[in-house]
Design a protein around this ligand. Structure first.
Ligand code: G3I
Length: 357
């Protein structure tokens, strides 16, 4: 059953043109951002600075969204490709664009096993890696202090294993145990260290753990929950969880939707913020039926987020099918975002808008 609220028309947010004196208000012309703001919700998109010269891209990003994140340009390999000296030119361009359009900026991501610069190697010692990671976190968070309101401090640190009531295990990575920064075999201790470094560099930024396949209650989200419970109990500076939501229409079952709601609630009960960070719904074709199934699921998730007070961000991974990562990484799939490759609004766009009107 769809959780979508009916399209009730009604008044628009700030820039909308409603007026009209009859009983059938015209359709809202408000943007996603205007509707999200009515609920103190951020609506964001992952963005890439070279695309800002595409005027349609810049115009929609700057008007429909009130938040953006760097799809790639804040990753370690992006800011320090050849040496420890960090260069933030691409990310700075995104921040400037956001500031000019009254948008918040989310940082993605400080610690990840992918996109590690080639000058960082498993043959480095743990002492060297510890220094490298501390310097990276400190340099980047300091550079963006006051400009980035939230960071994905650690990304994708758990395996897709576990079963039943056995939670997933910590992923073996260069930062954990290969050889790691000095906490090999100690579970989430290296993650804790990264959060402490980030908090020291900017005491005001909200600090998130971000992962995929943790949207529902399952062995992987159980592992993240156990870590979150431990961190909050011991005042490790964790402020929220990023739930990526790289999904497809088969996700749309009553059991999954109920599980997302329950999962969000258990993290919210720890006092943590909930961010939907990388939502896209990949399709195998561009048929009307697929677009409508996708729209239904987008609307349902927009409603679930709206109904959970700790859900503060609804962010898609890009916003136009023109630049989505999906076709390159999942051949034969695409059409995953609310705007098509020609920047036309898809049914998915309308579903999100309707959920927030
Ligand atoms: O910048 C280089 C360029 O110099 C080079 O010529 C080109 C050749 O392929 O590669 C460019 O780098 C690419 C980079 O995106 C920037 O476009 C990488 O090859 C490519 O692997 C990289 O893919 C990104 C991927 O993360 C890996 O970093 C995707 O765009 C990005 O959407 C994806 O995002 C991830 C999140 O960070 C974490 N969660 C999953 C999500 C989807 O995979």
């Amino acid at each position: 059953m769809s959780l979508l609220a009916g399209c009730g028309g009604g008044s628009t947010g700030g820039g909308g043109t409603t007026g009209g004196g009859n009983n059938n208000p015209p359709p809202s012309t408000a943007t996603l951002a205007q509707n999200a703001a009515k609920h103190s919700l951020k609506v964001g998109a992952a963005a890439v600075s070279p695309y800002l010269s595409d005027t349609s891209y810049a115009s929609i990003l700057g008007s429909e969204f009130n938040e953006l994140t760097a799809e790639n340009e804040m990753k370690f390999a992006s800011v320090a490709p050849t040496s420890p000296t960090e260069n933030y030119a691409g990310a700075d361009a995104l921040v400037s664009f956001a500031q000019a359009h009254q948008m918040s900026v989310r940082g993605h991501t400080l610690v990840w096993h992918q996109q590690v610069p080639s000058w960082v190697s498993p043959s480095d010692t743990t002492a060297q890696l510890n220094t490298i990671l501390q310097n990276h976190i400190t340099d980047e968070v300091t550079h963006f202090a006051g400009k980035v309101y939230a960071w994905d401090v650690v990304n994708e640190a758990f395996n897709d294993d576990g079963s039943g009531s056995t939670p997933a295990t910590v992923r073996s990575t260069i930062w954990y145990d290969n050889p790691g920064i000095g906490f090999a075999g100690m579970g989430t201790a290296y993650i804790e260290q990264a959060f402490n470094w980030a908090r020291a560099a900017d005491p005001t930024a909200k600090l998130f753990y971000n992962d995929y396949n943790i949207e529902t209650e399952n062995p992987k989200s159980d592992a993240v929950y156990a870590m979150a419970q431990d961190f909050t109990n011991r005042s490790v500076p964790l402020d929220g969880i990023g739930f990526q939501f790289h999904i497809n229409p088969s996700f749309d079952t009553p059991a999954n939707l109920a599980s997302v709601t329950a999962n969000f609630q258990r993290f919210a009960a720890l006092g943590l913020d909930i961010h939907i960070t990388e939502l896209d719904i990949a399709l195998a074709d561009s048929s009307t039926a697929s677009f409508n199934a996708q729209a239904k699921l987008y609307g349902e998730l927009a409603t679930i987020c709206l109904q959970q007070p700790k859900c503060k961000l609804f962010q898609t991974w890009g916003f136009t099918d023109k630049y989505s990562w999906i076709p390159q990484f999942i051949p034969g799939h695409g059409w995953a975002l609310p705007f098509d490759a020609n920047y036309q609004k898809k049914p998915a766009y309308t579903s999100i808008l309707n959920a927030w009107q």
